[in-house]
Write a protein that binds this ligand. Structure first.
Ligand SMILES: Cc1ncc(COP(=O)(O)O)c(C=O)c1O
Length: 435
């Protein structure tokens, strides 16, 4: 074991031995090189006032060397904020601004012990860091039966974890906290579980209400009380897009500091919230009462970043930072939120109009980008294909009966036509048996 990894492990064991026990084999071995190129360069950046001949970038006239063909389209930005490598943990100002935003958006976090967000190459990367640090072959990753398909690749295929599903909803259409509790308690023998809590949910657009959230927290606590180590990951990809009376905060706040055997990990980012899907700016943040634990996890996270992508994209970190600092940021965000909420409301109005009764029901939704139809008497894949071939409409078929519809990318004025066409495709298949 590298001595730096050993030091981090000792700090973790001292700060919270349960968190140390949650680490994967890889997680235990990880460290961030203190005496390598990056740290020597950082030292030189602060002290080398005459010549800084350390890091592998090129400079000219005291600024990063660059091509006019690139800079002329980016002239609002200083070359130093675009071309230099961003630090592996992300631009410090961006990390601070994101932390501030987290507290503003989640007031209950203000009094909670949590670390500085580490910048990631967006949320998928944040999830893969969780997988690398905490998932070994055979470890249980608990997700609802309606989930984002990429968890399978990130945790299952890549790390060999066992995906354990529970039904997302009860028969009454509430969040199925008992199902989550059962899935968790079934991991007694393994002694460890990674739980992914993704609200607003992809694909259903569901976020639980305050009572359901209390039940979720109680389920995790019950497992921890039974001795199960719980890595509680909130995938807050669609955070902020809460259109009704669900909770409007991340569960990360309710989980922070509640149990020594629960490690809350928040995976979030600008991707969906700030409508910058291709920028690849996200964050991973840990909560712990122990500053040693927070520091060691940050170092291990930087270690896996250094080992995989070295550092995230600097230009997009700069763009997001500038947006967060803009006096117009909140107003512009509110404007887009209103558009998305208008679409969600319109979808509900259409679905509740009665005109589609008998051909589908829909899963409860109140947030996010999507909603999911539950088709009656016809297969989702058949409908998807008919929609594509006959009507030029793209949807996502999930399993036998479910069709995911993204209202995020359909104008409010077109939603009626969209749902009428989906309905037409269902009718075609039911009445004529078109295949
Ligand atoms: C639930 C969920 N988590 C994470 C992601 C990935 O986000 P990113 O594009 O930032 O990697 C998505 C994207 O579709 C998602 O739906």
């Amino acid at each position: 074991m590298n001595p730096l990894a050993q030091q981090l492990n000792t700090a973790l064991e001292k700060g919270n031995a349960h968190v140390y026990a949650m680490l994967s084999g890889l997680g235990r071995k990880l460290y961030f090189p203190k005496e390598g190129i990056l740290s020597q360069s950082a030292e030189a950046k602060a002290k080398a006032t005459k010549f800084n001949a350390t890091i592998g970038i090129a400079t000219e006239g005291g600024a990063p060397m660059h091509l006019k063909a690139i800079q002329e389209t980016l002239s609002a930005y200083e070359p130093k904020d675009l071309y230099e490598y961003a630090p592996p943990a992300g631009k410090p100002e961006l990390r601070a601004a994101w932390r501030e935003k987290m507290i503003k958006d989640n007031p209950s976090l203000a009094s909670k012990p949590f670390g500085n967000p580490v910048a990631t190459n967006a949320l998928t990367h944040g999830l893969s860091i969780v997988a690398d640090l905490f998932a070994d072959a055979g470890d249980a990753v608990i997700i609802p039966d309606k989930n984002w398909e990429n968890y399978e690749l990130t945790f299952g295929i890549r790390r060999g974890a066992e995906i354990v599903e529970y039904p997302l909803y009860t028969a009454e259409g509430r969040f199925n906290a008992d199902g989550l509790r059962e899935a968790l308690l079934a991991q007694r023998d393994k002694g460890k579980a990674i739980v992914i809590l993704n609200f607003p949910n992809n694909p259903t657009g569901y976020t639980p209400g305050p009572d359901e959230c209390r039940e979720i927290v109680a389920a995790l606590k019950a497992a921890a009380d039974e001795g199960i180590l719980v890595v509680a990951v909130t995938d807050d990809a669609y955070f902020g897009l809460f259109f009704e009376d669900s909770v409007h905060e991340s569960l990360f706040g309710s989980l922070a500091g509640i149990h020594e055997r629960i490690l809350p990990v928040k995976v979030d980012g600008a991707t969906k919230e700030e409508y910058v899907w291709g920028f690849r700016v996200g964050f991973i943040t840990y909560a712990s009462d122990s500053p040693e634990v927070l520091a060691a996890l940050e170092q291990k996270t930087m270690g896996i970043i250094r080992a995989t992508i070295s550092s995230g994209p600097h230009p997009s970190q700069t763009f997001v930072l500038r947006a967060l600092r803009s006096p117009d940021f909140e107003a512009q965000r509110a404007e887009k939120y209103a558009i998305m909420k208008g679409r969600a409301n319109r979808v509900k109005q259409l679905l509740d109009s009665g005109r589609y009764d008998g051909d589908w029901t829909y899963y409860p939704f109140n947030s996010g980008y999507f909603m999911c139809l539950r088709l009656i008497g016809v297969g989702a894949e058949e409908v998807r294909q008919r929609l594509l071939d006959e009507y030029g409409v793209g949807t996502i078929a999930l399993g036998e009966t479910d069709l995911r519809v993204a209202f995020s990318c359909t104008e409010e004025s077109s939603l009626e036509e969209l749902f009428n066409l989906i309905h037409q495709a269902v009718r075609d298949l039911k009445t004529n048996g078109f295949q």
